[in-house]
Write a protein that binds this ligand. Structure first.
Ligand SMILES: Cc1cc2nc3c(=O)[nH]c(=O)nc-3n(C[C@H](O)[C@H](O)[C@H](O)COP(=O)(O)OP(=O)(O)OC[C@H]3O[C@@H](n4cnc5c(N)ncnc54)[C@H](O)[C@@H]3O)c2cc1C
Length: 465
């Protein structure tokens, strides 16, 4: 019989043929494209990115680039293989027509697809007052241009740098300023640095590190306004009435997910990203899984079996890489060949001479215990627990032990966990982890459990046909 295919032929055709579009030309987008080709996709591949650059790496932007070790335009991502794609760079996707399978671009072009990957990531939350944000000397750090501008401003040795917010990026920049021997003030409206991600016990240690390094750390203080002269920032008004003379301000206020282009497409897209299943397939606004649309990287939000199936948003490098690989696999495989993306969240940060690493979701815990090392020497491991189970761990200059804790978290092992044999700290009692009440001002952790609701918008109820 002509026109019929065996199951194997269908699988092979599905894997190899068709048109795939990827929106977002950064870490997740590039790694997904490479994985698609690696796994045998021979069809047409279009990669759309609103930045004019080839994909580049962001972690060095707040570290090596600001220190002056690496120029901002030298952080291009290494290519792991040829992707044979049509690149559309410097042009944003502005709409998605799911009925006709078309991505609409800002230049009026339409890109047709059979399968689509959404990898549009996040952007820096800007300083809230646009006039103040436009003053020369006011920065955010997300893009290569941001980092180049800030690196140049630090190079001419400002009299004082003000960093607003003390999450990981803000703290890393404060650390660089001290390495460069620049006077720096950190204004944090919450109780302390890294509070949202690691809780009050670890925040106290991080605050000690900052102050010992000479950072003027002010907690419980908001920056009310910025004032300029001749278009350049000169002063900052703090909520406690203090006025600071500053010539560089870095707004490190967290991020915003790039989902606006999906408005009206009927996907479960909202402030925490685009809801998808554990196999990276996007949900529609009613929570129905789609067949042709996948999500990966910082913009994805998926349920996690280890965390009560709550939807998790992660802003971590590893999550973007592994999520992209899983999405690519699932885009070109039928049900039996699909795999889940269930990463144990993990991140690293270098600041004030300390290498900080973490696995699991520390902010899901309500208790903490130091398990190894010495907190006073800032060389330790600590585990986080909830309802008698270990859910996360952090190490300061003790990273080689992280796999030990990761294995326990993967098994939901009992909390407090057995210490791995030696190097037990004096301070080994279980304490409240002291995460901020959600109503308290504090930076969002960069892994967020966002509840079961697939979208912050209401579902769209249609009468039955
Ligand atoms: C300064 C800094 C330091 C960091 N340090 C660390 C670290 O130490 N450890 C760690 O684990 N993680 C770190 N991260 C986080 C890590 O870089 C991110 O997790 C990673 O970049 C996510 O990749 P992504 O491809 O999902 O998203 P992104 O890198 O955000 O890329 C998304 C891309 O899509 C583009 N885009 C958005 N909307 C559209 C549209 N409508 N049309 C077309 N294109 C669009 C964006 O411009 C961007 O180029 C850091 C991030 C920053 C900014």
């Amino acid at each position: 019989m002509t026109g019929t295919y065996s199951f194997d032929e269908i699988v092979t055709k599905f894997r190899a043929e068709g048109r795939i579009a990827i929106v977002g030309a950064s870490l997740a987008g590039l790694r997904a494209a490479e994985a698609l080709r690696e796994k045998g996709f021979n069809g047409s591949l279009t990669i759309i990115g609103d930045e004019p650059h080839e994909p580049y790496d962001r972690p060095p932007l707040s570290k090596q680039v600001l220190k002056g070790w690496v120029p901002a335009d030298h952080t291009k991502l290494p290519r792991l293989r040829r992707v044979d794609a049509t690149w559309k760079l410097g042009v944003a996707a502005v709409g998605l027509d799911r009925i006709n399978h078309v991505v609409k671009l800002a230049n009026g072009e339409d890109v047709e697809y059979d399968r689509l990957l959404i990898a549009t990531g996040t952007r820096a939350r800007p300083w809230p007052n646009p006039e103040e944000a436009a003053l020369q000397g006011v920065f955010t750090v997300r893009t290569t241009e941001d980092a180049a501008g800030l690196a140049a401003a630090l190079k001419v040795r400002p009299k004082r740098v003000l960093i607003v917010g003390s999450g990981f990026v803000g703290s890393e920049i404060a650390s660089v300023c001290r390495d460069l021997d620049l006077p720096v003030t950190v204004a944090e409206r919450g109780r302390g640095p890294l509070m949202g991600a690691l809780g009050g016990v670890i925040s106290e240690i991080a605050a000690g590190m900052m102050r010992d390094a000479g950072v003027d750390l002010r907690t419980g203080v908001a920056v009310r306004s910025l004032e300029g002269e001749a278009g350049k920032v000169r002063r900052a008004q703090l909520s406690d009435g203090t006025v600071l003379d500053v010539d560089v301000v870095v707004a490190s206020l967290g991020s915003i997910r790039n989902v606006e282009w999906l408005e009206g497409a009927g996907l479960a897209a909202g402030q925490w990203g685009v809801g998808c299943d554990a196999g990276c397939r996007a949900f529609d606004i009613n929570g129905v899984v789609t067949d042709h649309i996948f999500v990966a990287g910082d913009v994805a939000r998926a349920p996690h079996v280890l965390y009560d199936y709550e939807f998790m948003s992660q802003e971590h490098w590893d999550n973007a890489v592994f999520g992209a690989q899983v999405a690519a696999n699932n885009m070109i495989n039928l049900e039996v060949g699909r795999v889940p993306h269930l990463p144990l969240p993990s991140f690293w940060s270098g600041q004030f001479g300390v290498n900080i690493k973490s696995v699991g979701v520390c902010s899901y815990g309500d208790q903490i215990v130091f398990t190894q090392g010495s907190p006073s020497e800032r060389r330790f491991a600590a585990a986080y627990g909830k309802r008698g189970r270990i859910v996360g761990a952090v190490t300061f200059n003790h990273g080689k032990w992280l796999p030990y804790y990761a294995a326990l978290i993967e098994k939901s092992a009992p909390f407090p966990p057995p210490p791995p044999g030696y190097d037990r700290p004096v301070e080994a009692e279980v304490m409240a982890a002291s995460f901020p009440d959600p109503r308290e001002p504090a930076g969002n952790p960069d892994v967020v459990l966002t509840g079961h609701d697939p979208t912050s918008r209401g579902a769209e109820f249609r009468p039955r046909a």
